[in-house]
Design a protein around this ligand. Structure first.
Ligand SMILES: *[C@@H]1O[C@H](CO)[C@@H](O)[C@H](O)[C@H]1NC(C)=O
Ligand SMILES: *[C@@H]1O[C@H](CO)[C@@H](O)[C@H](O)[C@H]1NC(C)=O
Length: 157
């Protein structure tokens, strides 16, 4: 396990510029999912697809802001009327013309720390519906501590 974590950390270090990683702000009692996506595709293409998909999923997803390095949106559903904040931080990769994306979904209301995979699925459904999940060499790195419900979640959208 330790070896795996070290290997992941080295991998991320090689491929992602960590300068742009948002400092994690602790949000106790707000369920969240943080995940890291690596693409062998430039960030501008990733950004276009994510933004287009957020707009296509309106009104459950609402685009709040977008610029070349970040995308902000929110999501609401019958299951979670208070909704979730969603952010993507995009970093061009150092060694390849790819993109490293830190994606996060956080429940706005106070929730049980069992969110049934809601926050994970908010991110996963964008990835899946936009087709980004099947781009060659796509990788996701997260675990059940960084991303509540990861590994249990079966996303329906
Ligand atoms: C989501 O963003 C829209 C557009 O700015 C806003 O009207 C709505 O209140 C927001 N929803 C939540 C749950 O924050
Ligand atoms: C959600 O986003 C709003 C608007 O940016 C912010 O005021 C609020 O603190 C965020 N809530 C959480 C739990 O991240």
């Amino acid at each position: 396990m330790r070896t795996l974590l070290l290997a992941s950390a080295l991998f991320v270090g090689l491929f992602c510029s960590l300068a742009a990683v948002p400092i994690p702000v602790p949000v106790p009692y707000h369920a969240f999912c943080k995940t890291l996506w690596l693409f062998a595709v430039p960030c501008n293409e990733i950004s276009t697809k994510v933004v287009t998909q957020i707009q296509a999923f309106s009104p459950q997803y609402r685009l709040l802001s977008t610029n070349p390095l970040s995308i902000r949106a929110n999501h609401t559903s019958l299951d979670s009327p208070k909704g979730e904040n969603i952010t993507f931080a995009l970093n061009p990769t150092i060694l390849t013309a790819g993109c490293c994306v830190f994606a996060q979904s956080t429940s706005i209301g106070f929730t049980s720390l069992l969110d049934g995979g809601l926050n994970y699925c908010n991110l996963y459904n964008l990835l899946s519906a936009s087709g980004l999940i099947s781009t060659p060499d796509f990788m996701e790195m997260t675990n059940e501590w960084a991303c509540l419900g990861y590994g249990l979640a079966s996303c329906k959208a």
